[in-house]
Design a protein. Sequence first.
Length: 271
Amino acid sequence: MTEKKLLPQLMSLRCIVPLAIASLASYSLPIQAKVAKLVTTDVSRQQNQLAQKPTLPDNGAPVGRRRGGTSRSDCPALNIPVTALVPGKEALGDFQDSISFLGSTISEHPTFWVYTPKVPNSDRSGEFVLQNEAGDDIYRKVLTLPPTAAIIGISLPSIPKYSLKTGKKYHWYFTVYCGKPEPETGYFYVDAWIERVALTKDLDIQLKMQKSQDYLTYFEQNLWYDALTKLSEQIRGNSQNNNLKTDWINFLKSIDLQDIAQEPVTILHEL
């Protein structure tokens, strides 16, 4: 992916509707980034806890950048960088040593999750880009970001031309500009991969049996994007439920993102 492809084609900025929430798997499907399973501690579902830490195989699958890199040295230093909420592990040396940042979904129009820090002297502008494996744009959007640090969910518009195809991998990028969204402006960026897999009959049955806790089924079946999205929906509808908030924190801890697990969450909406 060249830097040129990451530069925005200026479009109208979208509005955001912040939702103040304190914190926030299909059947035996393969995934390149293995996440831990949650187990229920008792029948009344008082609390979920992690059974084990993730096991993330390095198998040559598509890699990316989970913690934000910068295009230029004039961007400010950040305590916590721009972060893609995806399973994986950053490379310690050669980028080719990175663990896969490929996650799965059964959704045609999934939601992508990123953490956006507060960037000094920034117009709070960002850009989301989704491409196919050939590097062609599927969706590109310049966005207005929250005024403070937050976890944001970016959903694909529910129209056919943006639908993900089963069995296909897609590369996505998220950029936060250090100034105005212009070609010469420096920026922070992350990138990861997503693959849409088929909904099996067995998974469909499981989801219908556990409607109120379907996010746990998604998590256990390694459908990471769906697990986060479904859990966030549960929290928005039950903002006083501390068990749900604990599950959100545990989800992020399971992929070693505990430093942002309690950040507020904002959903970006289309007008």
